[in-house]
Design a protein around this ligand. Structure first.
Ligand code: NAP
Length: 331
């Protein structure tokens, strides 16, 4: 049956301008790092992608290595795109990245022009796209000159293979350098994609200021600390959770859910209830309270999680007292 997206898809989502650029992103985006790979249920993945679009999520975040196996999330997305979304290409903001290990030999990871150009060509084939909307360098490369990596991003835009470029996992000082180089080349750095959650607040120590000063946006990833910032681990590790999955590739492992974390989660959960939210919703709202955050990327394993998380948009304001309580809990 032909998929017809909801006619109300633009009525409830909030869209935020990405830095000082012309492009707007939905406050909530969908990420395909886990749950969309070759090892996952295809129809479930397809349903989550379609549901996201129905709810006004126009931004889908991928990377060359998402899966597992690496590359398979792009294949899943490509297949769903072909079946369901092709007619809506101009309503979609599709991103991919390169930086982590993809293939053997000296050109299969990091930040050389050779790797970045080849990897994006492979990603475009897997997704069946002519271009991506944002191409990211996924992690800083200690060995390749930053000039080469940024020149590769500039080249990719000039070739028409990406409309915008971004960086991910760069420190504040590395970001300053990259932004300056890209500006000189005439291809501005649109966005930085950074790990940010109540449990991971490093961006507050300078990165957000650097991005604001340079008119770049910030997209937050792993906003629930891979699911820890929800009520799911309050009574042990459920069998259908990421922590029990043994997926590898950086996925949350049970041993990272320490008693100290559980103690914090219990208190945060109580605070969320007092705000009329569940913990996942409060954790997402807490990130979105900062206008410098352009979008928060959700990772979901079931459609119901997406519906649940979207409700965070109903309450993104925090009182001073609530913020202080959160800071005290987090220590
Ligand atoms: N640039 C980078 O280096 C980088 C790195 C990592 C991620 N990312 C991007 O960020 C995206 C999100 O990362 P993430 O998957 O770590 O995000 P996350 O939101 O921190 O964790 C997602 C997990 O949280 C659980 N969850 C989600 N919604 C829930 C809800 N409403 N209630 C209870 N549990 C809920 C699910 O766990 P279960 O699976 O246990 O159900 C889900 O798989 C990725 O897909 C990727 O696009 C980028």
């Amino acid at each position: 049956m032909t998929y017809l997206p909801s006619t109300e898809r633009y009525q409830t989502m909030e869209y935020r301008r990405c830095g000082k650029s012309g492009i707007k992103l939905p406050a909530l985006s969908l990420g395909l790092w886990h749950n969309f790979g070759g090892i996952d249920n295809y129809e479930n993945a397809r349903n989550m992608i379609k549901l996201a679009f129905d709810k006004g999520i126009t931004h889908f975040d991928l990377a060359n290595n998402y899966g597992p196996p690496a590359g398979s999330a792009e294949e899943t997305f490509g297949s769903v795109f072909k079946k369901d979304l092709q007619a809506y290409r101009d309503e979609l903001l599709i991103t991919t990245k390169a930086g982590f290990y993809m293939w053997q030999g000296p050109y299969g990871e990091w930040g050389s022009k050779k790797y970045l150009v080849s990897s994006l060509d492979q990603s475009l084939k897997r997704m069946g796209l002519d271009y991506v909307d944002i191409f990211y360098h996924h992690r800083p490369d200690p060995d390749t000159p930053l000039e080469e990596t940024m020149a590769a991003l500039d080249l990719i835009v000039r070739q028409g293979k990406a409309l915008y470029v971004g960086i991910s996992n760069y420190s504040a000082s590395e970001t300053e350098k990259a932004v300056k180089l890209l500006k000189e080349l005439g291809t501005p750095c649109l966005v930085h994609q950074a790990k940010y959650s109540m449990f991971e607040r490093w961006v507050e120590g300078g990165l957000l200021d650097v991005l604001e000063q340079n008119g770049a946006g910030c997209v937050a990833f792993s906003p629930l600390a891979q699911g820890m910032l929800s009520d799911k681990y309050l009574n042990g590790i459920p069998a259908d959770s990421r922590a029990a999955s043994g997926r590898g590739n950086g996925a949350l492992e049970g041993e990272r859910i320490t008693q100290e974390k559980i103690n914090q989660i219990v208190k945060l959960n109580d605070l969320a209830k007092s705000r009329g939210q569940n913990l996942a919703q409060m954790a997402l709202s807490w990130i979105l309270k900062d206008p410098r955050i352009t979008s928060v990327i959700l990772g979901v394993s079931k459609p119901v999680q997406l519906t649940d998380s979207l409700k965070c948009l109903d309450n993104t304001k925090f009182s001073e007292e609530e913020l202080q309580t959160i800071n005290q809990i987090l220590g």
